[in-house]
Every structure is written in C-alpha cells, then in structure tokens.
Design a protein around this ligand. Sequence first.
Ligand code: ADP
Ligand code: ADP
Length: 215
Amino acid sequence: MCNLSKRYGRIRAVDDVSFTVRPGQVTGFLGPNGAGKSTTMRMMLGLDRPSAGRVLIDGVRYPEQGTPLRRVGALLEARSAHPGRSAYHHLLWLAQSNGIGRSRVAEVLTLVGLASVARRRVGGFSLGMVQRLGIAAALLGDPPVLLFDEPVNGLDPEGIRWIRELMRGLAAQGRTVFVSSHLMSEMALTADHLVVIGRGRLLADTGMREFVEAN
Ligand code: ADP
Ligand code: ADP
C-alpha cells in the first residue's frame, strides 16, 4: 500500500496511508469504528478506486476493478449471498464466474463445516453460518492473499476460536492474512504484526510484541 487516500466529498476516510503486509503472517488492522479500515480493504480489493496512491501485490499494481478470486480472497462486511440461493449454488455461481472447477466448491464447504447444510437456503442461515459461507467464498480460488474485515463480529466464542485458528493455519501455510478488528484483545490473540489506523491516518506499523511492550 503506497500513500493510499480516499475522500468522500470533504471526508478524508483514508489519508496518505502506507504499509506492507507480509506472507506467512497474520497482520492485524486495528482501529475504532469509522477509522477507515473497510475503505482501505475495499481499495486493496479493487472495489473502491483510491483518490490517490496505489496498491501493489507482489510488486504489481493492482487492477482498479474486480478481483480474480485466485489472487485475493476476502470476507467483507457488506458482501452477502442471495437469500433464496443455497450455499452450494452461491459458491458454484462464484466458482463458475471465476473459472474455478465445481470440485473445489465441495472442498471449501467441508473446510468451513457447511457440507451438511450446503443445500439449504442462505436466508435461513445464522450469522455464524453466513460468516462461514463468506470464508468459503474467500477460500474458493485458493488465493495466496486473504483479507478479512471484522470476521469475529457478532460470533459466539466457539465461532471466534474457529476463525482465529483458521487464520493462524492459513498464515502457517505461507499465505498473507490481513484481518481488521476494533478490538485490541482480539488482535493480541491472532496477529503477528499490527497496523493501526485512526481517523484515516496510519498510527502504527509494528510487530505485535513491540506494540504490546510499548503500550
Ligand atoms: P471502519 O471500517 O474503520 O469502521 P470505514 O472505512 O467504514 O471505517 O469508514 C471511514 C470513514 O469513511 C467514516 O467516516 C465513514 O463514515 C466514511 N465512509 C465510508 N464509506 C463511505 C461512503 N460510501 N460514502 C461516504 N462516506 C463513507
Ligand atoms: P455484488 O453482490 O456487489 O454484485 P458479487 O458478490 O457479485 O458482488 O462479487 C463481485 C465481484 O467480486 C465478482 O467478480 C467476484 O468474483 C468478486 N468476489 C465475490 N466474492 C469474493 C470474495 N469472497 N473474495 C474475493 N472476491 C470476491
């Protein structure tokens, strides 16, 4: 991320923010509500166009629109599946529009623990199940880079633990994991590295241990 900025009219949602997210680690993105986390992640995904600055992935400037699921997978707060569709059909549709084979759909459904409810309508899913479905979508293309926006919000302790272990496991496989939260306590349990944002400005970019020792 280089000198990334986003304005909405007079609001500076993200103001000249630069940081690097490394593979093989969980990088936490900490900041209070309204700090600019979602806006930053949407720009990293190419869903929002930066007012200034750029996003580089593996040294390559990221496309401004759309994201091949094979390169970056994401769980975003606002992204939801069609309530009338089954979990299976939602993922199949995503897979087909991204050139991913249908065998991978069954694989990710098992991975997130939704295999037994795959034929049920998404509209009847609990929040935890919706969250798992979002994670299945993020993992569909087996991407090296994963973005999770507030993944534990509203989940029960078991769901929170499951997501934490999933993120640790993905990083242990050498993937790049970038996860936002407004809770320092959550970040302390999950992240190796911490990027802190407040009112659109970068406040810290540091190893977790250094951050804890300094604060
Ligand atoms: P966070 O994810 O850290 O809670 P956001 O990135 O959602 O923060 O929001 C950062 C700031 O940008 C807030 O002041 C928010 O109100 C504003 N904002 C976000 N999206 C929009 C939008 N589409 N239009 C106008 N303002 C926006
Ligand atoms: P919308 O509901 O706004 O139309 P879609 O769910 O259709 O959004 O997705 C828009 C684009 O985002 C598609 O090209 C799709 O490949 C991509 N996309 C969808 N889900 C994910 C995800 N979890 N991670 C990364 N990209 C995704």
